[in-house]
Design a protein around this ligand. Structure first.
Ligand code: PBG
Length: 318
């Protein structure tokens, strides 16, 4: 059966399509702004006018949705993360402009405080630097509601506080945002593979030697991921996510088997950086390796993949 392409095609169990992709992007304030990200060659931070071309590209290539990550200027970061709930802030402005111009493109926003805190943690901290759950959840619910009111189709809490999905769901329902979907980063591990992302959004320096071990999951655990996914689904999540991707395929499979819910996986910045670096050195063939990784996510049971390679993958699939 493996001898010819026709018979390999006949017995192929999994397929990759542009429909499977979500494209994460980094957004800057201002006009005609574009910056490269040193640890993620090929990835840029862009102002909205330039981002519009990428949004259009997603539609042309059949990519269903974009995930927006803001780069907040240092002067707007604070201990209270007040900018996270500013209705005139960068994210709500970007979302409403994108939805106006491309109503059919799904827009996903990140719900977490790390771009807005002066210390780079995803939540509000007490005097000892400990991230406070309840106080943070209250702000996240406000942040998610503001994104929804700006037109976000999907809000995606990536903070890992307890009870935030329930709080966000009731905040949305309370204001009649009944169509806003929640993509919960349910099994989000305290991973060192997020390093380049923290460079990209400019939170790395703020975080310093800090870590997120008190709220993100221990990479040693797997049953706990099911527990977290179960809680988020019960609290009203529409979709769940496992993150990072390739080192956590076992988790993707367990989550999909146990719950059968729409399950997403995030090929994170560090995974992108590894592939890119090896490709640039001529050590790996970029296209075939990236497509193989994508197919591995599908085989593990993922319904969709967040990847910085989304535009390339969709081109390659043509
Ligand atoms: C922050 C957030 C992170 C990522 C997505 N949202 C980083 C973190 O938790 O420190 C990582 C994405 C990536 O590495 O590509 N809430």
């Amino acid at each position: 059966m493996r001898r010819d392409e026709f018979s390999r095609r006949l017995m192929r169990e999994n397929h990759l399509r542009p429909d499977d992709l979500i494209y994460p992007v980094f957004v800057l304030d201002g006009k005609k702004q574009e910056e490269t990200v040193a640890s993620m060659p090929g990835v840029v931070r862009q102002s909205l006018d330039l981002l519009m071309y990428r949004a259009e590209k997603c539609l042309q290539l059949g990519i269903p949705a974009m995930a927006i990550f803001p780069v907040i200027e240092p002067g707007l970061k604070s201990l209270t993360a007040a900018e996270a709930v500013n209705p005139m802030g960068l994210v709500p402005r970007i979302v409403s402009e994108l939805k106006k111009r491309f109503p059919e493109l799904g827009i996903i926003t990140d719900v977490a405080l790390d771009p807005y805190t002066s210390h780079g943690q995803d939540g509000l901290i007490d005097a000892n630097g400990y991230v406070m759950n309840e106080e943070t959840v209250a702000v996240l619910a406000q942040q998610a509601l503001m994104h929804a009111q700006a037109g976000a189709d999907v809000v995606a809490p990536s903070d890992m506080m307890d009870g935030r999905i329930g709080a966000i769901r009731s905040a949305l329902e309370g204001r009649k945002c009944i169509h806003t979907r929640i993509l919960a980063y349910s099994a989000k591990y305290a991973s060192s593979f997020y390093g380049p992302f923290r460079d990209a959004v400019g939170s790395a320096a703020n975080l310093g030697t800090g870590n997120k071990y008190t709220y993100q999951m221990d990479p040693a655990n797997s049953d706990e991921a099911l527990w977290e996914v179960g809680l988020d689904l019960e609290e009203g999540a529409d979709m769940v996510m496992v993150k990072p991707g390739l080192p956590y395929l076992d988790i993707v499979r367990r989550v999909k088997d146990r719950f059968g819910a729409p399950t997403f996986v995030y090929q994170v910045s560090g995974e992108y950086a590894m592939l890119k670096a090896a490709a640039q050195n001529g050590w790996l063939d970029e296209k075939t390796c990236v497509l193989e990784a994508m197919l591995a996510f599908k085989r593990a049971g993922a319904d969709g993949i967040l990847t910085y390679y989304a535009l390339d993958v969709a081109e390659w699939l043509k």
